[in-house]
Ligand binder design. Structure first.
Ligand code: HPA
Length: 272
């Protein structure tokens, strides 16, 4: 990735973004867009107005950046993300994380919707990420080493910060939610998986499968940010689900879980 791309984007952002480091950054993935209702943000910026970002192309991704204050904390929220399968390259995918790093942010919550393959999971459950499997075999740090992004060979022993996992557990417990910690298998998409692939990912130790989050998590962790990952199980994975998969099912599950998602995000924001 070329740092000059990020220089240009950062230079185009209003000064308010950099005047105070955010206490927390959030990336809201598929279906999580409505989990944030912010009446009077310090800044609301459409992705279409952030040069180089491009409008979010996936239904369910709002495509806007919000800077707001809640419980005395400053929050940088990216409502919608770009994905590797969009063919836009890694820079757009990790742009939110790089902007947070440049703002001086130290922690980030990454949310997503994913397919459940652990037999204990049902659609509508939440999974707190403990670890991941990158089935794609490539990642955003491939390329010339930029020391600003951490070590040449970043350690990945504990990508998802235990303390932040505890905060998510507490938020879920407060709502009496079924929640487990799990491993997220990252696939390139945009195709959903075959039943044979799901079978294999299960043997690899994955609990949920999806097309996002891991690139940002890898990059953020390498850069020294604390990372939390929260998944809504929007459907059972291929071969486990009795019916073919579709994005509409993912969106419907997200819609049904909207108020719970909003509560979880708000609890995390206020107690982290
Ligand atoms: N597979 C991959 N990505 C997904 C799924 C799935 O079953 N559900 C939501 N995102």
């Amino acid at each position: 990735m070329d740092a000059t791309f990020f220089d240009k984007v950062a230079a185009a952002l209003p000064a308010v973004c950099f005047e105070q480091a955010p206490d927390l950054a959030i990336v809201l993935g598929s279906g999580w867009g409505d989990a944030l209702q912010v009446d009077r943000p310090l800044l609301r910026l459409s992705y279409a107005d952030i040069p180089g970002f491009g409008a979010a192309t996936v239904p369910g991704h709002a495509g806007e950046f919000l800077l707001y204050e809640r419980a005395g904390k400053r929050i940088a929220a990216f409502c919608g993300r770009r994905h590797w399968y969009e063919g836009v390259g890694w820079a757009c995918v990790v742009l939110p994380v790089e902007l947070v790093r440049r703002m001086g942010g130290k922690r980030i919550l990454l949310t997503n919707a994913a397919g459940g393959l652990n037999p204990a999971l049902h659609a509508g459950d939440f999974v707190i990420l403990r670890d991941h499997v990158n089935t794609v075999g490539i990642n955003p740090l491939i390329g010339p080493h930029n020391p600003a992004w951490g070590a040449r060979f970043p350690d990945m022993t504990e990508v998802y910060t235990p303390r932040l996992r505890d905060v998510l557990h507490a938020a879920a417990a407060k709502r009496g939610l079924r929640v487990m910690e799990g491993v997220y298998a990252f696939t390139s998409g945009p195709v959903f998986e075959t039943p044979a692939e799901i079978h294999m990912y299960g043997h690899m130790g994955a609990d949920v499968v999806g097309m996002s989050t891991v690139p940002e998590a890898v990059f953020a962790h390498a850069c020294g940010l604390e990372v939390a990952g929260l998944t809504l199980v929007s459907n059972l994975a291929a071969g486990i689900s009795p019916k073919p998969l579709c994005h509409e099912e993912v969106m419907a599950a997200s819609k049904a879980a909207q108020s719970v998602m909003a509560g979880l995000v708000d609890d995390f924001v206020t107690s982290v």
